[in-house]
Design a protein around this ligand. Structure first.
Ligand code: HEC
Ligand code: HEC
Ligand code: HEC
Ligand code: HEC
Length: 479
């Protein structure tokens, strides 16, 4: 009898433990739970509005404020010192910085020297949650609206909420919850029509996307190459022939040209018609080994994060996964030590940066050789040919240099592209050398003038003034 009593006690205690475990389990907020319903408006765009319903996500999101340091210039010798030459004649020559957290996107776009009185609404597209309500209100007039004159007043009005200071002046409307989530169901959603349209032209229906695909598509709304359509200035992704740099280049050489988009700027040194490349994280990922294996952006960049000892959420602190190797990488690569992973990534990035610098050096040289062709009076058809090589070389260099993982997302693809950049630059230099030799131009002098101009850019301490040394009396501006 006694025995039985004890056994039933154990059973009861055991049952309670199971219940308790089940309760604790339910506290785990994992992504496998059905999407929660909120009482927010379907048009909610303020990040602060999500704070009460999702305090731990909001707290994770707040970490994007980081240490609050200002952005760092990419022009310093440790990064890419010759960018002011590569962008000569285009607003990027003035200021180009490394990335900061999502909560700073609005502040940074408002302060960057590149934004001028002629900048347009499209520049806001990858920065703010107000884009969705604005597109609803303005329709296609949004894209070409004047950035300072028309959008800024709307932004100030929509961002004006008192009380919560933790996100800084514009953090309430910087990249946030409603960009990736339906505010009512919290399901992942695509808010930028440019992605929906680009995928549709590839025959992909985004409404059919799996959850795993959505874990990448939400990022692909912004971390992509794009250009502005000539008529409406609408943001478009050049993916009709694929997402490899050579496939996007083919698009720019055919479809985009036919529709009236020739270039972003004429280069001040070479006069070449240049396409400015932007952050193609999604594109490089898409044909790298992780993209091919279906490893999503969020797998590495939004790993599970434990909050106290019970709750587990997807991290909303978007930074280098090297800060969370255990959760970001060793979930799959458990056979590798953390140290091995750090070294392997370091090797990939070091090799990559060497190759980027090499391609940038060659492209810079090509620009100046073409400048000399112009000043020496080489026949125009040869100049045009050389400028076409420079356009190609600059595209392949820039599309890889602008990719933010320093080669990690696709080490092989990046190397292949940089080789195309160097080939095209060498073609320009070879053609220029032949033509200049015919005219007995002093090539030694040309080479030493190139060294001088590069040194002047390198030695200028003020990043905002570096571009002023890209042209001079020997290499006059072709603008
Ligand atoms: C850049 C896109 C993006 C932004 C911005 C974003 N989220 Fe998420 N969120 C995700 C992704 C991706 C997941 C994982 C969803 C999945 O796997 O189904 C997620 C998951 C969630 C979940 C489900 C539980 C979990 O942890 O997986 C909640 C709740 C959530 N986010 C709240 C928020 C809140 C609140 C904000 C704003 C402060 C926000 N999110 C901003 C992309 C985003
Ligand atoms: C609405 C556009 C948008 C979306 C959506 C978006 N990003 Fe970003 N992301 C940006 C911009 C813009 C920056 C640079 C902000 C700055 O420097 O002010 C950035 C910066 C970053 C950074 C660098 C942060 C740092 O501290 O340097 C990482 C990492 C990142 N994003 C990853 C992601 C991932 C992963 C996703 C998808 C889950 C995503 N982003 C979705 C626009 C976006
Ligand atoms: C297999 C893991 C993995 C996947 C998948 C992945 N990334 Fe990354 N990402 C990394 C690593 C590693 C770095 C380099 C971080 C460093 O240099 O410290 C990085 C760097 C970045 C950066 C620059 C961060 C910074 O601090 O400047 C951005 C932005 C970014 N990734 C966005 C994306 C987007 C968008 C996707 C999906 C299209 C994606 N990543 C897919 C691992 C990944
Ligand atoms: C969801 C699983 C998954 C995650 C998470 C993941 N990987 Fe991988 N990784 C893979 C797969 C699958 C491959 C491809 C293996 C193959 O092709 O043989 C791979 C390949 C690699 C390779 C060699 C291929 C190449 O790109 O050159 C490296 C290096 C690597 N991963 C590093 C990392 C790092 C660093 C992280 C974290 C930032 C990470 N991985 C996160 C699954 C993952």
């Amino acid at each position: 009898m006694k025995k039985f009593k004890n056994a039933s006690k154990i059973l009861i205690i055991g049952f309670m433990l199971v219940l308790l475990a089940a309760c604790l389990g339910r506290e785990e907020l994992t992504v496998n739970d059905p999407a929660p319903l909120t009482d927010l408006s379907p048009d909610e765009y303020l990040n602060s509005a999500f704070k009460d319903a999702f305090p731990i996500h909001y707290e994770s999101y707040l970490r994007n404020m980081g240490n609050g340091l200002p952005p760092v210039s990419k022009f310093i010798p440790e990064y890419e010192p010759y960018l002011p030459i590569l962008f000569a004649g285009f607003p990027f020559e003035q200021e180009y910085n490394t990335t900061r957290g999502h909560t700073y996107a609005v502040e940074d776009v408002l302060n960057i020297a590149r934004i001028s009185d002629r900048s347009i609404g499209s520049c806001m597209t990858c920065k703010s949650t107000i884009v969705t309500p604005l597109l609803k209100e303005l329709g296609d007039d949004y894209w070409a609206a004047n950035f300072r004159g028309e959008l800024l007043p709307l932004l100030e009005e929509m961002a004006a909420v008192g009380g919560l200071e933790e996100l800084g002046e514009y953090g309430h409307v910087s990249i946030g919850c409603s960009d990736c989530h339906n505010p009512v169901t919290m399901e992942l959603r695509i808010t930028r029509p440019s992605l929906t349209n680009a995928l549709a032209r590839q025959g992909v229906d985004v409404t059919e996307a799996t959850r795993n695909e959505m874990r990448t598509y939400v990022c692909a709304q912004c971390h992509v190459e794009y250009y502005f359509e000539p008529d409406l200035k609408k943001v478009r992704f050049p993916w009709d022939y694929g997402t490899k740099p050579e496939e996007m280049f083919e698009y720019f050489q055919t479809t985009a040209l036919e529709e009236g988009f020739e270039y972003d700027y004429l280069h001040a040194v070479s006069g070449a018609p240049i396409i400015k490349a932007q952050h193609p994280e999604y594109e490089l990922w898409s044909y790298g080994s992780h993209g091919r294996a279906g490893v999503s952006c969020s797998d590495c960049h939004m790993p599970f994060e434990r909050r106290d000892d019970r709750r587990k959420i997807s991290s909303h602190y978007w930074v280098s996964p090297m800060e969370t190797i255990e959760q970001s990488c060793r979930t799959c690569h458990s056979d590798k030590t953390e140290r091995y992973i750090i070294e392997r990534v370091g090797e990939i990035q070091e090799r990559h940066l060497d190759a980027v610098h090499e391609a940038q050096d060659l492209t810079v040289e090509a620009h100046y050789f073409v400048n000399r062709m112009i000043t020496a009076g080489v026949p125009q058809n040869q100049i045009n040919l050389a400028q076409a090589f420079v356009r190609e070389s600059q595209w392949y260099t820039d599309i890889i240099a602008a990719e933010n993982s320093d080669g990690f997302h696709n080490p092989q693809g990046s190397m292949d592209t940089l080789r195309m950049a160097s080939d095209a630059a060498n073609n320009a230099i070879k053609l220029a050398t032949e033509e200049l030799s015919k005219l007995n131009v002093d090539l030694d002098e040309l080479r030493s003038e190139i060294i001088k101009v590069k040194e002047a850019v390198l030695n200028e301490e003020d990043p905002f003034l570096k571009h002023t040394h890209a042209t001079n009396s020997f290499f006059p501006s072709q603008k």
